[in-house]
Design a binder for this molecule. Structure first.
Ligand code: KG4
Ligand code: ZN
Length: 424
């Protein structure tokens, strides 16, 4: 732009004009630049305690992680056979001070150097959310900083923008321990919900199935999350050994249901245990085939709901045809078997698939701090009225667009199993 301006005004006749206009342009641009950068330059500390991870990170507007720390309660909950909310709360209370201290000291900053404190306030376990929110308020109050309340699932959805250039709008599939959502991300604070889980979320179905299969009794799976253990076991089995039926195939919407599949698998385990007289801590014969078939049934269900969402997006022209992106995030997005199947759907419809690295897919403080940065930049939800901020255990993601998806009654021609499986 400067070169062009100089070229235009570089003849002697226009020299005087050239100087004054250029000066004006320069002053204007540098002012704009300074204004722009001072508005956007920020460092936000984010705190996550919505479920069983106490996470904290300090992130700047360029996506640099200046400091981070995480205390996972996974091993405790694995031993107890599930998340017990009062125990999760106690562990958050025990660790939050240390985790925040570690993240801050790694960043080399003091609370006074921060621009804001971001904290997950919804959705999540009430007892867990409360710990993070109360601590964040104390921190913000002591340092006289504003607070940025964060929606946990929005944070999962936007994490990708920290690691690579993904512009709005994009389609997002969130698959975690508590949620399964399909939405169009239109802006930092604007989402259109296309479908969500009617019962068990995929991570929950993975965890319960892995627990019932007693995968933890195999030493190599002992310390893994239920989902990770089941994926590892599934790699040794045949995904077509148990042909599970399609889920929700009579409903032309984008909602999800895993409970039926989970219950079928649980009934099969019970039958096999009694048939083969399996001991209390023993595993049923064919356990790997069952894991592989379960995982494939979940993956195919996600692919089918995604396929309808992609067709709905095209019908309503919700994404620019030249820039169609699917972001997949949440803990279950660590499962490469599932993301490889989703990649087939993306290839079929000309979408680019974008998945954050695994440590940013599971719960962490970085995604909360980054969402705080994104909100700080557009001044969305930043508040100094700390008393007005409360937590909310249940909360929908964005605007509810599910009725229109159902109304569209899109009948998809399913991508063949062989193609999804990568066999043809
Ligand atoms: O997003 P996240 O950390 O917590 C929630 O917000 O729910 O997700 C945790 C879930 C757990 O259910 C865990 O079993 C699942 O993610 N998960 C996996 C895998 N790794 C973690 N599920 C399937 N395959 C994996 N490799
Ligand atoms: Zn999560």
């Amino acid at each position: 732009m400067f070169k062009l301006a100089c070229g235009l005004f570089s003849t002697p006749r226009h020299f005087g004009l050239c100087m004054s206009v250029l000066d004006l342009v320069c002053v204007f641009v540098s002012r704009r630049r300074r204004l722009y950068s001072s508005l956007n330059k920020c460092v936000v500390l984010g705190i996550e305690t919505s479920c069983d991870d106490t996470g904290c990170a300090v992130v700047d507007n360029e996506g640099n992680i200046l400091g981070e720390a995480l205390n996972s309660q996974q091993q405790v909950h694995l031993r107890l056979g599930g998340i017990i909310p009062p125990i999760a709360r106690d562990l958050h209370q025990q660790h939050i001070e240390r985790v925040v201290g570690e993240a801050l000291s790694a960043s080399g900053l003091q609370p006074g150097d921060l621009d804001a404190v971001a904290v997950t306030v919804k959705p999540g376990l009430p007892l867990s959310l409360r710990v993070g929110l109360e601590y964040s308020k104390q921190l913000a109050r002591a340092a006289a900083k504003p607070l940025i309340p964060i929606h946990h699932m929005e944070a999962h959805a936007l994490t990708i923008r920290m690691t690579r250039q993904v512009q709005f709008p994009f389609l997002v599939l969130l698959i975690s321990g508590g949620h399964c959502l399909l939405a169009v991300a239109r802006a930092v604070d604007s989402f259109l919900l296309l479908g969500e889980s009617l019962d068990d979320a995929p991570g929950e179905a993975f965890d319960k199935t892995a627990r019932r299969l007693k995968l933890r009794n195999l030493p190599e799976f002992e310390s893994l999350s239920g989902g990770a253990a089941l994926q590892a076991a599934a790699a040794r089995g045949d995904p077509t050994a148990f042909p599970f039926p399609f889920m929700l195939d009579r409903y032309r919407d984008c909602n999800f249901s895993m409970a039926g599949l989970k219950n079928k698998v649980l009934r099969h385990i019970l039958r096999q245990e009694s048939l083969h007289g399996v001991e209390a801590d023993g595993l049923i014969p064919g356990v790997y085939d069952l894991c592989a078939s379960f995982q494939w049934a979940v993956a195919r269900h996600l692919c089918q709901r995604l396929q309808r969402a992609v067709e709905y997006v095209a019908l309503r022209e919700l994404l620019p045809p030249e820039r169609r992106i699917l972001v997949v995030s949440g803990g279950v997005a660590c499962n490469s078997y599932i993301t490889e199947r989703l990649a087939v759907v993306c290839a079929e419809y000309g979408y680019t698939l974008a998945v954050p690295p695994p440590h940013l897919c599971t719960d962490n403080g970085v995604m909360i701090a980054w969402n705080g940065v994104e909100r700080w930049v557009v001044r969305a939800g930043v508040t100094t009225d700390l008393d007005s901020v409360d937590f909310q255990s249940r909360c929908m993601l964005g605007e509810d667009g599910r009725a229109d998806v159902e109304h569209a009654q899109i009948k998809c021609k399913w991508i063949k199993d062989g193609r999804l499986l990568g066999w043809e």
